[in-house]
Design a protein around this ligand. Structure first.
Ligand code: ATP
Ligand code: MG
Ligand code: MG
Length: 353
């Protein structure tokens, strides 16, 4: 990402400015620092100021965040129609890099929680999904991978538009083709290629997007992996298959989760086209524990069904739904399953872009 850093115009950073912001509240905390709700004395508006820890690594990453957001919004989103948070200003205060953002409201996780984890109606899921897709299209056009798409990083706008949402937190984002880090994405939303250590592209955001869409509907995360092993096991169970052999063959971490049961050569020459037998087999829990010498805590499967199709089709209907709505809804649920199948697809090359 060194190119990006060079593009930041440091002359814009005013080291000597007068006091402009008054801190009113703390909105969030993280490893990077804190986000404060501030009153902007110049514009008479509330703004959210991300105050970055005074350490070189965080500073550098925050500069990447500023430059990516600057590029996305200036070049690809000048009219603010694509559901990406807007940066207003950035400056250094007492050796802390600070980024001010437009003030937004609750995040989608908080919204799901306020709804008692019951999930939203299909029309609401559709409305949110469309907006997130708008943001993903802009990122794709700009060659940016967000790398941390999850409900916590999608905020409700407090603007005039009724239920507008915006994608925030480009603190882990990178440029396609400059994928430096391998430990990325929040676990529940982590794509199989990142878990397996396979070269990744912007399609990791599409995987996370699929997980978000499912969670908006179900109210609970689709793959609540307690560990990476548990995560992979849940994917295999729910999707009813495992990652394709070519992906497993070329991934750095395959040996952590799979045992090699026959050679690919063997496979290609012995198996008939109808029964393609994989060269890999998922380790049993005992085998994994023996290798990792740690116990993955497996949460209970709260869906009562194993396969994606059954989970979506049988998810309890809201009681107050009239009869004719139910049959109409079951058709839309089939479409939702089809949509999710395109997104939570093991093969990044086949996954919907
Ligand atoms: P970490 O990666 O260490 O978890 P972070 O990079 O996730 O931290 P952000 O997601 O950018 O940091 O911000 C942290 C929290 O601050 C958000 O989850 C949200 O609650 C709040 N926040 C961030 N930006 C805004 C905003 N523009 N308006 C209102 N709240 C915000
Ligand atoms: Mg965040
Ligand atoms: Mg972050």
């Amino acid at each position: 990402n060194s190119d990006l850093i060079l593009h930041v115009n440091f002359e814009l950073v005013n080291f000597e400015r007068k006091r402009r912001y008054t801190v009113k509240d703390i909105l969030g905390q993280g490893t990077f620092g804190q986000v404060a709700k501030c009153w902007d004395l110049e514009t008479n508006c509330y703004v959210a100021v991300k105050i970055i820890k005074n350490q070189p690594a965080y500073y550098r990453q925050a500069v990447v965040e500023v430059s990516i957001l600057h590029m996305l919004n200036q070049k690809f989103n000048p009219d603010d129609k694509h559901h990406i948070v807007r940066t207003l200003d950035y400056f250094v205060f007492q050796r802390h890099l600070c980024i001010s953002f437009e003030m937004l409201g609750s995040n989608l996780y908080e919204l799901i929680k306020m709804n008692h984890f019951k999930g939203f109606s299909l029309s609401i899921v559709q409305m949110f999904s469309k907006q997130i897709l708008h943001a993903l299209i802009v990122m794709k056009d700009a060659g940016i991978i967000h790398c941390d798409m999850k409900p916590e990083n999608i905020l409700i706008s407090t603007s005039v538009k009724p239920t507008e949402i915006k994608v925030i937190d480009f603190g882990s984002a990178c440029m396609e083709g400059r994928t430096v880090y391998s430990y990325i994405q929040s676990r529940y939303y982590r794509s199989p290629e990142v878990v397996l250590g396979y070269p990744y592209t912007a399609s990791i955001d599409m995987w996370s997007f699929g997980c978000i869409v499912a969670e908006l509907f179900l109210g609970l995360p689709l793959f609540p992996g307690a560990s990476e092993y548990d995560l992979l096991k849940r994917m295999v169970q729910i999707l009813g298959g495992q990652p394709p052999d070519n992906l497993l063959r070329d991934s750095k971490n395959t040996g952590k989760f799979f045992k090699h049961v026959r050679s690919i050569y063997h496979l290609e020459h012995d198996a008939t086209s109808e029964e393609l037998i994989s060269a890999y087999q998922v380790l049993t829990e005992d085998e994994y524990e023996a290798r990792e010498s740690k116990r993955p805590s497996i949460g209970k499967n709260y869906f009562n069904h194993v396969k994606l199709e059954d989970i979506i089709a049988n998810y309890p209907y809201r009681k107050n739904l009239p009869e004719e709505e139910i049959s109409k809804e079951s058709l839309t649920r089939l479409a939702l399953v089809d949509f999710l199948r395109g997104l939570v697809e093991f093969d990044p090359g086949k996954r919907w872009s």
